[in-house]
Write a protein that binds this ligand. Structure first.
Ligand SMILES: Nc1ncnc2c1ncn2[C@@H]1O[C@H](COP(=O)(O)OP(=O)(O)OP(=O)(O)O)[C@@H](O)[C@H]1O
Ligand SMILES: [Mg+2]
Length: 341
């Protein structure tokens, strides 16, 4: 790793951490930033820390999370539930070689699912909430389709996977911006006047518009609307991972991104850390295995442990903590042997 990653935000998160089920939605805006790779590796890491984890492939346009686990054609997938072929989301959970880790695969065979009707989305949400797991990780597709934004907005923790390249940063910024508008519209959209104010503001085309000005406008309409909008924005705390970092100078990109999001969108992002660009990640993808299991001692794996601890996760058996996260590679090595069978 090029340098230390933030510890302060992790401390804050640790204070808030409770053992109830947590849902992490992994998004990124641009395609190919590493959402699927990170979802699978964070999932494996959580399972090794002793948690019951379910991964959901919610990339309804291009599902491929199952390939990270060497499952070429999943027997059942999310579409079986979404199309009503099975009653319960539990019916499409598939095992992985780890007892702690299960997966709900995605399927891309149904055209039109990229725009789920509201009722089906609500049903899915209900079923996700009822899943028996400590952690549910949702791998989202690229872009800012409503499905993707909605998953991101309803999950209790949203993680943005960005890359240092400008295209990825612009798309990640657009994703956070769209998520803020989606959040505001979901709450104020039924009031046609407020909806109009929000949409006009969002579509005004001026580059330097700041969300705090929109909040002010809503407050001018009625002070409690301004307060409500402020709370909605304050409660939205997406997290950031900078992936495929190749140069030390690129670490500053994350800082600048967090600053821009704060300044223009009034959103406080928590930076979880970076992951270097490493050909061994590509090798692991080709082998259809999470890189954590292939290379438990590599820098990229250490970065995953670090990110998990920055997310406020503690080892269930108290073997590793954030001061000794390097020891975790030993545990992962043992676990990886089980996965070979
Ligand atoms: N840290 C890394 N170093 C090198 N290659 C990486 C790294 N992270 C991801 N990759 C590679 O980037 C490619 C895309 O990764 P992945 O499929 O996870 O992206 P994605 O964001 O899920 O894409 P999509 O938007 O299509 O769903 C893969 O080939 C993967 O091996
Ligand atoms: Mg993906």
């Amino acid at each position: 790793m090029f340098g230390p990653d933030p510890k302060d935000s992790a401390t804050i998160l640790l204070d808030n951490f409770s053992l109830e089920k947590r849902t992490w939605a992994v998004a990124g805006g641009k395609g190919g930033t590493g959402k699927t790779v990170l979802t699978s590796n964070l999932g494996v890491g959580l399972a090794i820390l002793g948690y019951k984890v379910i991964l959901i492939d919610a990339d309804l346009g291009g599902a491929d999370l199952h390939l990270s686990f060497g499952m070429p054609v999943p027997k059942r997938n999310l579409n079986d539930f979404l199309s009503g072929r099975v009653e319960s989301l539990e019916d499409v959970i598939l095992p992985t070689p780890s007892a702690n880790l299960s997966i709900i695969c995605g399927g891309s065979e149904l055209i039109g699912l990229a725009n789920l009707p509201h009722q089906r989305k609500e049903k899915l949400k209900r079923h996700i909430n009822n899943l028996d797991a400590d952690f549910i990780l949702v791998d989202l597709g690229a872009g800012t389709a409503y499905n993707t934004l909605d998953f991101f907005v309803i999950s209790n923790e949203g993680v943005i996977v960005c890359n240092p390249e400008p295209q990825a940063k612009i798309d990640a910024y657009a994703f956070v911006k769209n998520a803020v508008y989606r959040r505001l519209l979901q709450n104020f959209g039924r009031n046609t006047i407020l909806k109009d104010i929000i949409l006009k503001f969002g579509n005004s085309g001026q580059r330097a518009t700041k969300i705090r000005n929109l909040i002010e406008m809503l407050g001018n309409h009625m002070p409690e609307f301004g307060d409500k909008a402020q709370t909605l924005v304050d409660d939205f705390r997406p997290k950031l991972i900078m992936n495929k970092v190749r140069k030390k100078t690129q670490l500053e990109d994350a800082e600048r991104f967090v600053y821009l999001v704060r300044e223009y969108l009034s959103v406080e992002m928590e930076y979880l850390g970076h992951i270097e660009h490493d050909e061994r990640v590509v090798d692991a993808c080709e082998n259809m295995r999470p890189f954590l299991l292939e290379q438990p001692n590599s820098k990229v794996s250490l970065s995953i442990y670090n990110i998990l601890f920055n997310m406020g996760v503690t080892d269930r058996q108290l073997r590793y903590d954030r001061t000794s996260y390097k020891k975790m590679s030993k545990g992962v090595r043992l676990e990886s042997k089980l996965w070979k069978d």
